[in-house]
Design a protein around this ligand. Structure first.
Ligand code: F6P
Length: 545
């Protein structure tokens, strides 16, 4: 029996008690509910009052965090302990954004190495930005193509898109991840070889898709500029694998390194962030790191009841383990955050999509949700129907930005932003309040509906409400706010992993597919089962037809 079990039993009982509770009534009863159930870091505000919790639930969840030793696991992470036990690695992405302090791995300082690489990245990015980095024919770079996948793609791609107003106007940023050649083809459309910089980003420098795309990019480049010396002006690498980088033909002078204690999905703060740095410049990149560092400090020091990552982590555990929620919606009301849901899919699902606990036994409780989402207001005209009236319970995060950043300026920005924010708040209100039959009836009667129409239509226009959401509000989407927001999710996921007793930092679940794809390519895989053999035979026929 786990020491968490007695608390879990109480939480189960509270879940039962909630069958008779409605958020509508709780808000009516408690004028302070917003104040009581919101917390902040600076001007980043998290309102979690529209969640299915009373003080009793929250206290039990705090007890759960204490019993799971969240604080001591957090301290072990910051201390550089090898908490990624299956890979025997420290988990020190927090050191990459630290403003100072001491961070060590196996007793050695890691900060000096981080600062040295940051200096090299900064100098290189400045040259690309100010045009002193010249291509093979003496022209400045206009297009940057990052080739990487998973953590070597999603983070830099999402942040570069989110910080669109801060980007360098001469530089077009592209990201190629899919081994489908169509992806590289899209990025190369209209590209001039002598104005293009390729960043080959791969922690291992062995990932099949990235290597295939990198080879094809090199072939494309060499066809246009056959001089082997030109590669050094147009190809740089970001990796932990120096040998792999030189074997590929990139001068290691053009390699930006990072370390095995940086998990792929936690790597945008490292040299993997080079495309971000090139796009937005050092000041903005540092502000991104500072936002994350400030969230780290908050996570390290804030007491559990005020600790944002702990609160969000606990709410997720509450819904997944006690309300059978299987998915979690991320709804940024900011077009520039359009890639946040897919970035968080890897962060959350690759970290906590596990069913074996740290002790090698089956996990005691359900773990990570399916994370999904779309920017508002688009989702309202697509899947919000299910959020409001569907059968599953889907907790949703609404990320709301007070000031728009279109660059169009003036009244149009304010008017659009007003619409956007009104819609976000209306959605959270509708999910929480719902709409009772009496209200629908009164409105329809006032509009002249007869009894038959009422009987036919009212049930469909009723909203149960009592559907949970959390709102994160910030003044504008600055690099600092974005950094803080990403770190908030990183630590939330870590807290959940601790409570579920799993290692959030390995990813063995992606290995089998890699191996089987290699076997299928080698022609040995299809013999394992009739379906795969049948499909392979059809594929062979189709590709040769
Ligand atoms: O296969 C999953 C994964 O290992 C991710 O964890 C990682 O972010 C991605 O592949 C890319 O790996 P690499 O940076 O080594 O190419």
């Amino acid at each position: 029996m786990s020491k968490l079990d007695p608390i879990r039993e109480k939480l189960k009982a509270r879940r039962e008690a909630w069958r008779k509770l409605h958020l509508r009534d709780l808000f009516a009863k408690d004028q302070q509910r917003f104040q009581n159930f919101s917390a902040r870091l600076g001007d980043l505000v998290v309102d979690y009052s529209k969640n299915l919790i009373e003080i009793t639930d929250l206290k039990l969840l705090h007890d759960l965090a204490k019993a799971a030793e969240v604080e001591s696991w957090r301290d072990r992470l910051f201390a550089g302990e090898h908490i990624n036990t299956t890979e025997d690695r420290a988990v020190l992405h927090v050191a990459l954004r630290a403003k100072g302090g001491a961070f060590t791995d196996r007793g050695s300082d890691v900060l000096s190495g981080i600062r040295a690489v940051q200096e090299r990245m900064r100098a290189f990015a400045e040259q690309v930005r100010d045009g002193t980095w010249r291509g093979a024919t003496g022209k400045p770079i206009r297009r940057v193509i990052n080739i990487g996948i998973g953590g070597s793609d999603l983070g830099p791609k999402m942040v570069t898109a989110a910080l669109r107003p801060y980007r360098h106007s001469r530089l077009d940023m592209h990201f190629v991840s899919n081994v489908d050649l169509a992806h590289l083809d899209q990025a190369l459309k209209g590209a001039e070889a002598d104005e293009t910089l390729f960043i080959i980003s791969s922690k291992t420098f062995t990932t099949q898709e990235t290597m295939a795309n990198a080879m094809s990019a090199k072939a494309w480049f060499s066809e246009r500029i056959p001089d082997p010396a030109a590669i050094a002006k147009h190809f740089v690498a970001v990796s932990t694998n120096t040998k792999g980088v030189s074997a590929f033909g990139i001068d290691t002078a053009n390699m930006f390194e990072f370390w095995d204690w940086v998990g792929g999905r936690y790597s945008l703060w490292s040299a993997i962030g080079l495309p971000i740095l090139i796009s937005v410049g050092w000041e903005n990149f540092r502000a991104l790191l500072d936002g994350a560092a400030d969230m780290d400090q908050h996570f390290r020091t804030a007491p559990i009841p005020e600790n944002l990552p702990v609160i969000l982590g606990l709410l997720g555990v509450w819904y997944i383990d006690f309300w059978d929620a299987q998915s979690h919606a991320v709804l940024p009301y900011a077009q520039d955050l359009q890639l946040l849901p897919s970035y968080l899919q890897q962060l959350d699902m690759e970290s906590n999509g596990k069913s074996v606990a740290r002790n090698g036994k089956p996990a005691e409780m359900p773990t990570a949700p399916v994370v999904w989402g779309e920017p508002g207001t688009n989702g309202q005209h697509a899947f919000h129907q299910l959020l409001h009236q569907g059968t599953p319970l889907i907790p949703a995060d609404f990320i709301v930005v007070a000031k728009g950043q279109t660059g169009l300026g003036g009244k149009a920005t304010d008017a659009h932003q007003g619409l956007l924010v009104a819609n976000a708040l209306a959605q959270t209100q509708a999910l929480m309040l719902g709409r009772e039959a009496a209200e629908v009836e009164a409105e329809m009667k006032a509009a002249g509906a007869d009894a038959a129409t009422l009987a036919r239509v009212v049930p469909f226009r009723v909203f149960s409400g009592n559907r949970p959401s959390t709102t994160m509000l910030m003044p504008s989407l600055t690099p600092w706010h974005l950094g803080a927001l990403i770190a908030l999710y990183e630590h939330k996921i870590f807290v959940q992993g601790v409570i579920w007793g799993i290692n959030s930092f390995d990813q063995w679940g992606v290995e089998l597919g890699k191996k089987l794809a290699t076997d299928i390519l080698a022609g040995t895989g299809a013999t394992r089962d009739a379906s795969t053999a049948g499909l392979m035979a059809l594929y062979d026929g189709m590709k040769n037809s």
